[in-house]
Write a protein that binds this ligand. Sequence first.
Ligand code: NAP
Length: 386
Amino acid sequence: MSEPLVVVGASVAGIRLVGTLRRYGVQTRIVVVDAEGGDPYDKPQLSKQLLLDERPTVQTLATTSSLARDRIELRMSCPATGLDPEAHVLELNGRPLPYSQLVLACGSRPRTLPSFDGVAGVLTLRTHRDAVALRTALRDRPQVAVIGGGLIGCEVAAAARALGAPVVMLEAGERLAGRVLAPEPAERLRMLHEEHGAEVRLQAAVTRARTQPIDGVERLTGIELSDGTTVPAELAIVGIGTNPVTHWLDGCGMRIAEGVCCDAALRAQDVTDIWAIGDVARWWNNDLAEYVRFEHWTGAREQAAFVAKALAGRETTSFRPIPYVWSDQYAVHIQHAGTTDGADQVEYVGNGARGRYTFSREGQVIGVTGFDDPAGVLAVRRSFRR
Ligand code: NAP
């Protein structure tokens, strides 16, 4: 039997990839491995509805039997521990698995703050298990500090407020969700949080955790900032970005720099028959003329579809997505598509709380951010010229 096509990572990118391969009629043996146990699941609700639900449910992406029907072998609790790209051999918990083609979809892990490591009451959010732990902790309505005002921080803050917990948001940058939103919608987002009772502190530099031994455990009591003040906190959620999961590839000869470096078609560089998709991929974006790492659900699915097409032998050139992100906070549906870089005009079209900001460069619309305006955002997205 010829060597299988192997996918490392059973999250949205990996599962979408293998399903698409079968839909294209690819007959090769396929094996999907993942370090986590249980069935593969989707992540968007982990920082949103799952934190609020009395009976939290997780959206399953596939099961062993649903994949088996497509002749796809799923091996969960099976971490990839090494790779020999020249020999085309993946190592799974020390055991070799030869492959014909390899797709790395092993994602990313939350960054942490060293002085907060090991402190009781400090959590990060990435997995279902993390979400359940956070949900349980929020039920006691502790004093919450959200460190990082990105999408994780904003969504967790909204959930904590909805559950009645006091919340302080500590963002190092000048605005909330700064990696996605331009100043105007970011300011509106800040107001939304404040209207719902969250305290938002921008340009807040966190220095260390304040702790106190309680029942023999060092528990969080506050967060010290560089201006000398301390924010009281019983629960801190650290949402300060992610690191791609590449430690297991160290020394294997692949080019790794804040992700697996890929060409514009998502092929890993300096090796053959290896691709990367999702959070772990850092790929050359022809439009921006730089390497980028997309960490969003829609982008992961688009990358999976793109690589599936290439593996199926259908023609592909370069991956040229139009970025799209959505978030739900306080029952407000926020969407962002395109870019705002280099915009020379911002226009707001809206009616009360519903509306959208459109961003133009030299008369051409390049980006849109909507608040409860899916139809308006869709219309603008359709108008984007590739
Ligand atoms: P993120 O979007 O990168 O935001 C992290 C924020 O934390 C940034 O604004 C960053 O500021 C700030 N920060 C960094 N160090 C800090 C510090 N020491 N103190 C205070 N603030 C600090 O990352 P994330 O919110 O952790 O989310 C992780 C990933 O999951 C992201 O890729 C995100 O897009 C994704 N996610 C997506 C959704 C969605 O699509 N709805 C929801 C949740 C998560 P600087 O930029 O100035 O460093």
